[in-house]
Design a protein. Structure first.
Length: 159
């Protein structure tokens, strides 16, 4: 994962600010919801590994898997994103939820969010094979870290 420092990581954004803005809402998660999201993650990470797909599609699919992992953390912490910018908000609060040790991951995922937006909405061929492979590996590491975090912090949400 490249060392990234985004403009957003410099800003003081908090769960409370995003709640006040309506970008987050209170939410009560369940074992079933977490299990369903983790199945989406498994599907997406498997699909992102299909070498016959374009690098753009593999990247977007690996990104979606990582976003769903961040969503699990958000839901486990008692929140859900709402409205425009929900990807950004979900990624942005990850360090506040899981701890500052995931700040670099949040910055990387925000960078990937921007790249995915260009690839999905503006032009094809923006993603290299190496970038798709890197995001897939980072997403797999994130899955492992998230599962460990859930086991410690929210074992009641694991089946």
């Amino acid at each position: 994962m490249p060392a990234l420092k985004s403009f957003w990581s410099e800003m003081k954004t908090s769960l409370q600010i995003l709640l006040n803005e309506g970008r987050l809402r209170r939410h009560r998660s369940s074992i079933r919801e977490v299990a369903d999201l983790l199945r989406v993650v498994e599907r997406d990470l498997a699909d992102a590994g299909v070498q016959q797909l374009s690098a753009d599609r593999r990247f977007a699919t690996a990104y979606n898997g990582a976003l769903q992992l961040a969503t699990v953390a958000l839901h486990a912490a008692g929140y859900r994103s709402a409205g425009t910018g929900h990807h950004w908000a979900t990624i942005r609060v990850l360090p506040e939820i899981m701890g500052q040790e995931v700040q670099a991951l949040a910055d990387y995922l925000d960078y990937c969010r921007s790249k995915r937006n260009i690839s999905d909405y503006d032009r094809a061929g923006e993603i290299s094979e190496a970038e798709a492979d890197e995001l897939l590996e980072e997403s797999k590491r994130f899955r492992s870290d998230l599962l460990s975090w859930l086991q410690v912090n929210h074992p009641d949400l694991l089946a």
